[in-house]
Design a protein around this ligand. Structure first.
Ligand code: GRF
Length: 207
């Protein structure tokens, strides 16, 4: 049974997709052990409570400096004894020490087809604003392992989504969530839970 912690910062629609997928048997062999947020007001924490999952807040605001926050976060995650950490709309930089401890055991959902529209400053609506500004006709989402870069780890799954005439950033974001993010993240977790994802020479290979 894969023990999973989900890290969130906002509304938690990706978390909800994971919760629903476990309950529907789309994600197998998996236990959602805890939901961790940097933001005590994140609605994602309410979603966790409603699903009976432990909700945890580790906020940078509660610590003197980033170093102390980082240490507290790693200690909390370690105490949960999880196999996989899922970043689902988590907007705080993951401490390097955590990435060293959980090599290829942290995954992230990014709302673009990496390497497009990713890296520092590309998150949430900003990704879709940039895509519309560039005039691309196809966008999508990517699930990848987290390394010390920003959106640079081995790509596990991607799914394309069409841009439509008249799209606003909000409309496009919603379509990418519905047609890509909420499908890919549960799919990736289930594949990992069933030993179907390996990293070979820095590339994720699906068995
Ligand atoms: C979404 O844009 C998602 O692509 C990104 O974080 C944002 C918030 O997602 N990873 P959620 O509704 O909090 O899951």
């Amino acid at each position: 049974m894969l023990r999973v912690a989900v890290m969130v910062s906002g509304g938690g629609t990706n978390l909800q997709a994971i919760i629903d997928a476990v309950q529907a048997g789309i994600i197998t062999n998996t236990e959602l052990v805890a939901v961790i947020s940097n933001n005590k007001s994140a609605y994602a924490l309410e979603r966790a409570k409603q699903a009976g999952i432990e909700d945890v807040v580790v906020s940078p605001k509660d610590y003197e400096n980033r170093e102390q926050f980082n240490q507290a976060l790693v200690e909390k995650v370690d105490s949960l004894n999880v196999d996989l950490i899922v970043l689902a709309g988590y907007l705080v930089v993951i401490p390097p020490a955590m990435i060293d401890k959980y090599v290829n055991r942290i995954i992230n959902i990014h709302p673009s087809l990496i390497p497009s529209f990713c890296g520092t400053g590309f998150y949430g609506l900003k990704v879709h604003e940039a895509a519309l500004e560039r005039g691309v006709k196809v966008v999508g989402a990517t699930v990848h392992f987290v390394d010390k870069g920003t959106d640079t780890g081995p790509i596990i799954l991607q799914k394309a989504v069409c841009v439509e005439n008249g799209d606003t950033p909000e409309v496009l974001q919603r379509r990418v969530m519905e047609q890509a993010e909420w499908i890919l993240l549960p799919q990736a977790i289930d594949m990992i839970a069933n030993g179907r994802v390996k990293v070979v020479d820095g590339k994720a290979v699906i068995a």
